[in-house]
Design a protein around this ligand. Structure first.
Ligand SMILES: [Zn+2]
Length: 429
């Protein structure tokens, strides 16, 4: 077993171009600096106490493909080799992990980060047992509409940087706080400057200006708004819930999106039983998100589909709601992802490690399952195979932990264990 130094060690020296790399890390790969993307220098990170590869053919042959006393070789922006330190091939550069654990960078496949304003009072009232009659999502919609593009982008960048420092190297984010043609399109335009995983969520709620005529709003979401938003998005999402959009409305919205080349994902079965999960499976959605209130039929449908169940325990934590039963899903063979749902109302955390700790403590996931779900599971929820694993050909996106094992992410809740993050083959924190 490799050692962990008694003192808190300095993180491995970052590349002198790390400041630029941090900036690049906020951009989509297509806008990354040519100096990095063209680099073919090889680097070995060695003396890794435990390496999570998420390749079950490696190491201990578990789903995590855990290798003890390991090394990772990076060439350019990709992983070139993983295995035992003693067998690592020669490279141009060498980084000593000093007995840290290394995991794939987190894939946060569900967030709502294009917003303005704050809902501290609402949270404080909820946690203090006081009634509070502000507008919920509507409060954020009003603040977001009133914000400038620069304010929205600065806010987004702030939370992306926060997430990156905590190990998140890929994130999905959504519109849904504009709810007009122009405001939804600008939210997606801003998001698309920072990630390839952009989701059109015009169907978040029926906005107050359409409260008397929800059908007209669905027509807008599936018509003019979709036309304006589709060029910036990869995904289409709908909040299928009592008080938001029913099954028929959700089907119409997702089907219209598919016809425009967007792929579905669904906010499903969060607050109550309902048709969301079955609809997600019917339309081959990449993910059904929340999955808190599920029937046996819902679970069977997920188990027999390629739709991932994305669990978002930050939402249950922040609203003192019932936890989703991850154990029941896993035992049925459902693929489970774990994400933050970061948003200013119901889950204002950007910390995947926090969600891992909750999932283990309160949702009956094992530490191994939770780490898998926050990395490979998130990648599956985005239908990606080039992230969420540390195997040859995958992007060299990884996090070093000030701990000898990934288990410490749940064992030491609330402790900032991520000591360094690499994205696309370069250190960015
Ligand atoms: Zn959400």
């Amino acid at each position: 077993m490799a050692r962990i130094p008694g003192r808190t060690p300095e993180p491995p020296s970052p590349d002198p171009t790390a400041d630029q790399a941090t900036k690049d890390a906020m951009s989509s790969p297509s806008t990354a600096s040519p100096a990095h993307s063209a680099s073919t220098a090889s680097t070995v990170i060695t003396n890794i106490a435990a390496l999570v590869t998420n390749d079950p053919s490696l190491g201990d042959r578990s789903p995590l493909g855990l290798i003890q006393d390991a090394a990772v070789v990076i060439e350019g922006d990709r992983v070139a080799w993983t295995g035992e330190s003693s067998k690592a091939p020669a490279t141009d550069n060498r980084v000593d992990a000093e007995g840290r654990a290394v995991i794939p960078g987190f894939v946060d496949s569900h967030s709502h980060l294009v917003f303005a304003g704050d809902r501290t009072q609402e949270f404080n009232a909820r946690m203090s047992g006081r009634s509070y009659t502000a507008g919920g999502i509507r409060t954020t919609v009003a603040a977001t509409r009133a914000a400038t593009d620069a304010q929205l982008e600065a806010n987004l960048t702030h939370y992306l940087t926060e997430a990156l420092r905590q190990g998140t190297t890929t994130f999905e984010t959504k519109s849904g706080y504009g709810l007009t043609v122009a405001d939804e399109a600008r939210a997606l335009r801003i998001a698309a400057r920072h990630t390839d995983e952009v989701t059109y969520l015009g169907a978040h709620i029926v906005p107050p200006d359409h409260a008397d005529d929800p059908a007209a709003y669905v027509a807008l979401v599936t018509g003019e708004m979709l036309d304006a938003c589709a060029p910036y998005a990869r995904w289409i999402d709908v909040f299928c819930e009592q008080g938001a959009f029913d099954g028929d409305q959700a089907r119409a919205i997702l089907t219209a999106g598919k016809a425009k080349g967007l792929h579905p994902r669904v906010h499903a079965n969060q607050l109550s039983y309902g048709p969301g999960v079955q609809l997600a499976v019917e339309l081959d959605a990449a993910s059904a998100d929340h999955c808190t209130h599920l029937t046996d039929d819902d679970i069977e449908a997920l188990a027999n589909s390629s739709t991932v169940a994305t669990l978002l325990p930050g939402a249950e934590f922040s609203t003192r709601a019932e936890w989703p039963d991850a154990r029941r899903l896993l035992d049925a063979g459902v693929t489970v992802a774990l994400s933050t749902d970061c948003n200013p109302g119901s889950s204002f955390t950007s910390s995947v490690p926090f969600c891992i700790a909750l999932a283990v403590r309160d949702m009956r996931m094992t530490p191994d399952e939770a780490v898998w779900s926050a990395t490979a599971g998130g990648a599956a929820a985005l239908r990606r195979t080039d992230i969420g694993r540390l195997t040859p050909g995958a992007y060299a996106d990884l996090a070093l932990l000030d701990a000898p094992s990934h288990v410490h992410l749940a064992y030491r809740p609330g402790v900032p264990l991520v000591s360094q993050v690499w994205r696309r083959g370069v250190p960015v924190t």
